[in-house]
Design a binder for this molecule. Structure first.
Ligand code: CP
Ligand code: NVA
Length: 327
């Protein structure tokens, strides 16, 4: 009888936080996302022979509402030949008390990957710890990495390489802002964040970015952040996981951080405006900025589809994932 001389441990490729993923992999995921978009635009996609998810099922767990994340993953998995299974936690045993640990171990016996949007950040880490299939972060109160991958792709489509460029985040220091800090570190762009002093981004994420030498500037002055920026980005003042009782406090504190024409005039003349959506017109952004020619918000939404497909290929196709676009 032959005895193995070494034990091969298969590394599971979770897509949890941008800071935990190899820098080159992140860049290559974006390149693949751009190639996938071209294939689709050339209408090659329907007859494209490579359906890497053929015969595979991916569970999409949502404990919070979603339009873009849910539909882009569902359509993307379908286009890659796979079977998406959309699950709301209120129709699962999770909402009757079944643990995330048991859910992870059960789903791993059925599906080949799990996407999760949760209102509890620990659920993402617990799921990844116990799952034997890749787990993809579809938003937590702490981060939204898939969104920011699409944002970087959108910036590059409109403005060229993001390295060394200036992005201004104006508004709440929320989950999307945290992922922007990680993206600035991984993709080497300059990030200026203007937030009220009581709505700062995560101290832990800022400390990590600082330890990596990232070019991140914090201010409470939106005009200072906007000055000569290549892109102005904002998000809702009240996120899905924010405490309902603090809603009014936020709505009182954030109006000085509205992105309006005055802010856009301070940015570079050809600056773009981004927002992950859904938008609250008249709150974080005015209608004339949202609807202006500088606004690229719907390209940004579309790019969720292309980047999610690239993330799925990265997570599920093993070491040969980069070969996908040449098939
Ligand atoms: N931007 C974003 O994640 O949108 P949804 O909440 O609609 O998924
Ligand atoms: N910060 C927002 C993003 C929505 C996509 C939220 O968490 O509700």
């Amino acid at each position: 009888m032959k005895h193995p001389t070494s034990i091969q441990i298969k590394r599971i490729k979770h897509f949890l936080e941008l800071k935990d993923i190899d820098k080159q992999d992140l860049k290559d995921i974006l390149t693949l996302g751009k190639q996938i978009k071209v294939m689709q635009e050339d209408r090659k996609y329907p007859s494209h022979p490579a359906q890497p998810l053929k015969g595979r099922s991916i569970a999409l767990i949502f404990s919070k509402p979603s339009t873009r994340t849910r539909v882009s993953f569902e359509v993307g998995i379908h286009q890659l030949g796979g079977n998406p299974i959309v699950l709301s936690t209120n129709t699962m045993q999770i909402d009757r008390g079944e643990t995330i640990a048991d859910t992870a171990r059960v789903l791993s016996r059925f599906v080949d990957g799990i996407v999760i949007r949760t209102g509890c950040t620990e659920h993402l880490t617990e799921l990844a710890k116990l799952s034997s299939v890749p787990v993809i972060n579809g938003l937590t109160p702490a981060s939204h990495p898939g969104q920011v991958m699409a944002d970087v792709m959108t910036f590059e489509e409109h403005k060229g390489p993001i390295k060394g460029r200036v992005i201004a985040w104006i508004g709440d220091g929320n989950n999307v802002a945290n992922s922007f800090i990680e993206a600035a570190t991984q993709f080497d762009f300059i990030l200026k964040l203007a937030t009220p002093s009581n709505y700062l981004p995560s101290k832990k994420v800022l400390a990590w970015a600082k330890s990596k030498g990232a070019d991140i500037h914090l201010t409470t002055d939106p005009k200072e952040a906007a000055k000569n920026a290549d892109c102005i980005v904002t998000d809702t003042w009240v996120s899905m996981s924010d405490n309902e009782s603090e809603k009014q406090q936020r709505l009182n504190a954030l109006p000085p951080y509205q992105v309006n024409q005055e802010i856009m005039r301070l940015a570079a003349p050809d600056a773009i405006f981004m927002h992950c959506l859904p938008a609250h017109i008249g709150q974080e952004v005015t209608a004339n900025v949202f609807e202006s020619s500088q606004s690229v918000v719907f390209d940004e939404a579309e790019n969720r589809l292309h980047t999610h497909k690239a993330i799925l290929i990265w997570a599920l196709m093993g070491d040969n994932w980069r070969d996908y676009s040449s098939r």
